[in-house]
Design a protein around this ligand. Structure first.
Ligand SMILES: NC(=O)c1ccc[n+]([C@@H]2O[C@H](COP(=O)([O-])OP(=O)(O)OC[C@H]3O[C@@H](n4cnc5c(N)ncnc54)[C@H](O)[C@@H]3O)[C@@H](O)[C@H]2O)c1
Ligand SMILES: [Fe+2]
Length: 391
């Protein structure tokens, strides 16, 4: 069967931001959010862009987990500026806003909710997209994916299409240096979840595997340092690279049940994406490892990669899950929903909606073990209380 591996051109390392100067475009719109703008990061990108002869404007209306209506506002700004270069400066929410707005700008009238991998979007007739991440987690700067929210229901939905892979990804450690401790841990866990899920998704392949293996190794090595010393440039640079590799992995293989559960937690209880999927990951591993020699072997390989010495696959895979929980504890990452501040009544009131949205999530399809609504409900209950998944 024919398969494809998509990637943007990636600039990385100290002063990578300077590469913006070399990207062609006369009418540039920098897409960002108010926090990132206040931190001066959007203006830093703008200053580099303005070294050349061009008109540059900043649109700072993005929000966390962007709604379709906000995406529409961004696309209106692109239209008003007749943008030929879009530069997203921010976390995954900003980058996804820019990607989705780009679709509406190039093909007005597109129904974002109905977008499919098979659609011809006709992008790049008007503009190119460059992404400068200010978090080290989502990898969206390198992926085919966008995740946005329906206005009416608040449901987060993901969609993918090869045309959505940005043209340029610019990984400059200075742009993530100010990220606070909790967000550093949350986004780092998102990156790890991409790399691990990409390694046991039913669409895994040799190219995505290479990205996953390097990302897993780097995140275990560099996330603790990144959280301990927020201004450690080397740790920041390594985590940016690892997050982008995680993005390349899952974009070319897809995520699974941990993202299914995480998207619903973001929709219903407004839990941050990285916190939600990273928390779900060990519970999901316990679920997919049961009665599945193939997945067990894959997770055992990840265990050996980070120094687990047990020879038999089942024990090595189990040890990987333990190491994952140790890493989470080490970086102060909440391991249960109640630790993350979700109250019993919010959880109980939201549970059926969590399950309903999860059953609609496309990432469910790539999970190597089937699950029904009741299984999902049981895993959420385990996540609330911190009980192991033993079914
Ligand atoms: N398209 C994809 O491939 C993909 C992959 C994973 C996640 N996502 C989506 O990305 C979103 C999450 O993105 P995220 O985790 O990067 O967070 P985010 O973009 O939602 O940002 C979270 C908060 O951090 C702030 N922030 C961003 N950079 C900062 C910095 N350097 N210093 C201080 N504060 C900063 C933001 O302003 C915001 O308030 C979710 O909606 C998720 O579903 C998309
Ligand atoms: Fe993610």
């Amino acid at each position: 069967m024919v398969w494809w591996f998509d990637s943007p051109r990636i600039s990385f390392g100290e002063d990578a931001l300077d590469d913006l100067e070399r990207i062609p475009g006369e009418h540039v719109v920098v897409v960002t959010d108010p926090v990132v703008r206040r931190l001066g990061l959007a203006d830093r990108a703008r200053a580099v862009l303005e070294r050349g002869e061009r008109q540059t404007m900043v649109w700072d209306g993005a929000e966390p987990d962007p709604r379709v209506s906000v995406v529409r506002q961004a696309s209106e700004a692109l239209r008003e500026a007749s943008a030929d270069l879009i530069v997203a400066v921010g976390g995954g929410s900003v980058i996804d806003t820019a990607k989705a707005a780009w679709v509406l700008y190039e093909s007005p009238g597109t129904d974002l909710v109905a977008l499919s991998p098979f659609d011809e979007l006709g992008l790049r007739q008007k503009a190119r997209l460059a992404c400068v991440p200010t978090t080290a987690g989502t990898g969206s700067e390198a992926t085919r994916d966008i995740v946005i929210r329906e206005d009416e229901t608040g449901r987060k939905f993901g969609t993918m299409n090869s045309e959505l892979v940005p043209d340029y990804a610019i990984l400059d450690p200075e742009m993530v240096r100010g990220l606070p401790r909790d967000l550093t841990a949350y986004t780092g866990m998102d990156a790890l979840t991409h790399a691990v899920e990409g390694y046991f998704s039913i669409w895994k392949n040799d190219f995505s595997d290479a990205c996953s293996l390097q990302a897993v190794k780097m995140i275990f090595e560099w996330l603790p340092q990144s959280v301990d010393n927020l201004s450690d440039t080397t740790a920041r640079e390594k985590m940016l690279a690892a997050a982008c590799l995680g993005g390349l992995s899952f974009s070319n293989s897809q995520v699974t049940l941990a993202h299914t559960l995480g998207h619903s937690l973001g929709s219903v209880l407004r839990v941050h994406h990285g916190l939600a999927v990273g928390m779900a990951l060990p519970y999901v591993l316990e679920y997919v490892l049961r009665d599945s020699p193939e997945t067990t072997e894959h997770i055992a390989q990840l265990g050996r990669l980070i120094g687990v010495t047990e020879v038999d696959a089942a024990t090595a895979a189990q040890k990987f899950v333990e190491r994952l929980r140790d890493l989470q504890a080490r970086v102060g990452f909440p391991q249960t929903l109640s630790e993350a501040g979700v109250t019993k009544s919010d959880f109980e009131n939201g549970l059926e909606r969590l399950v309903e949205f999860a059953m609609m999530d496309t990432s469910l399809t790539m999970t190597p073990r089937d699950i029904d609504a009741n299984g999902i409900r049981r895993i959420y209950k385990c996540m609330f209380k911190g009980r192991h998944v033993d079914f």
